[in-house]
Design a protein around this ligand. Structure first.
Ligand code: ZN
Length: 310
């Protein structure tokens, strides 16, 4: 049985917002077992807390944005992927503006911060979304198939008419593939698109510091690639982050081709559209419910109480 996890102490991470180009900061706090991943904007008056689920998604163009129009939080996916990769279920995330900092375009800086904060097991077992039936989606050349499987497997492929990318595929098996195999993979874009996006006020913070940038024939970044197949590794990382929007870890086998944030959102929605597709399983609750109310401010149970009931 796996226990739920949170972080041991609050931690702040600062960087630049990819789209606004402005300074952006997130502060992560420990949270009670069962509370999930919740985000809140601290820069607006009377903000509402956003539970990170597919139902809270409002945009999927170039990033995943959660919340409500005008009060959304963009670029949540790499942070969600970091939480998923480290098995963190419960955390409260304060964001001081409309987007999570892009950092280096991967999940690695968030992973480092979370490890520095420390990971705390909580006295309640994880809830898991176990896939029971095959779910398929096809949108143009993009497609996704999800179905039963042991643990979580994401097998993704892409095909780009570009000499550096071409056809790439990567298979991630939770528990077998080290998370570091994908957490360091950066987002990528094409020079011509970056210029066009900046003209319409998007991607203002985009630079060689936070993305792999390609021109017609090669990688523009002087430091090159971290992996020859960094592109597909990043696609798997995006999928891992977006699938976190199921609300609980998914157990099943996922096959993706040319997928992106919108297809990931549609896939999670399709899974939950029919109760026969999945089952939410929680193994034995370790703590009596009553003890939940005795949680400390950080949402953690005191070790002494744990000893008494074990
Ligand atoms: Zn990404």
């Amino acid at each position: 049985m796996k226990l739920q996890k949170t972080i041991k102490r609050s931690i702040n991470v600062q960087g630049v917002g990819l789209h606004s180009g402005r300074k952006a900061s997130v502060t992560l706090h420990p949270a009670k077992a069962g509370s999930g991943v919740r985000l809140i904007r601290t820069d607006i008056e009377s903000p509402s807390e956003i539970l990170a689920t597919y139902e809270a998604v409002i945009h999927t163009r170039l990033n995943t944005t959660l919340g409500t129009e005008g009060k959304g939080i963009a670029t949540v996916e790499h942070l969600l992927a970091a939480l998923k990769g480290l098995g963190i279920d419960n955390v409260r995330i304060e964001v001081d503006g409309p987007e999570v900092p892009i950092m280096d375009g991967s999940s690695e800086p968030f992973v480092k911060a979370l490890i520095e904060a420390g990971i705390q097991e909580q006295y309640r077992s994880k809830k898991v979304v176990v896939l029971r039936r095959r779910v398929e989606l096809k949108v143009g050349e993009k497609w996704a198939v999800a179905g039963p499987g042991e643990g979580l497997e994401i097998h993704a492929s892409i095909e780009w008419d570009h000499p550096i990318i071409g056809y790439q595929e990567f298979r991630y098996r939770e528990g077998e593939t080290a998370f570091s195999e994908i957490s360091r993979a950066r987002t990528f874009g094409f020079l011509k698109d970056v210029e066009a996006l900046q003209k319409i006020g998007l991607c203002r913070g985009g630079s060689l510091e936070n993305a792999i940038v390609l021109n017609g024939t090669e990688v523009v970044n002087p430091t090159g690639l971290r992996y020859a197949d960094e592109f597909i590794r990043h696609k798997v990382l995006d999928a891992l982050g977006d699938l976190q929007l199921a609300g609980f870890p998914i157990q099943g086998s996922i096959r993706l081709h040319r997928s992106g944030h919108e297809l990931h959102r549609m896939l999670v929605k399709a899974i939950f559209s029919d109760e026969k597709n999945y089952e939410i399983i929680e193994s034995t609750v370790v703590r009596p419910e009553k003890l939940e109310e005795e949680a400390t401010d950080e949402g953690l149970w005191m070790p002494a109480a744990a000893v008494a009931y074990n």
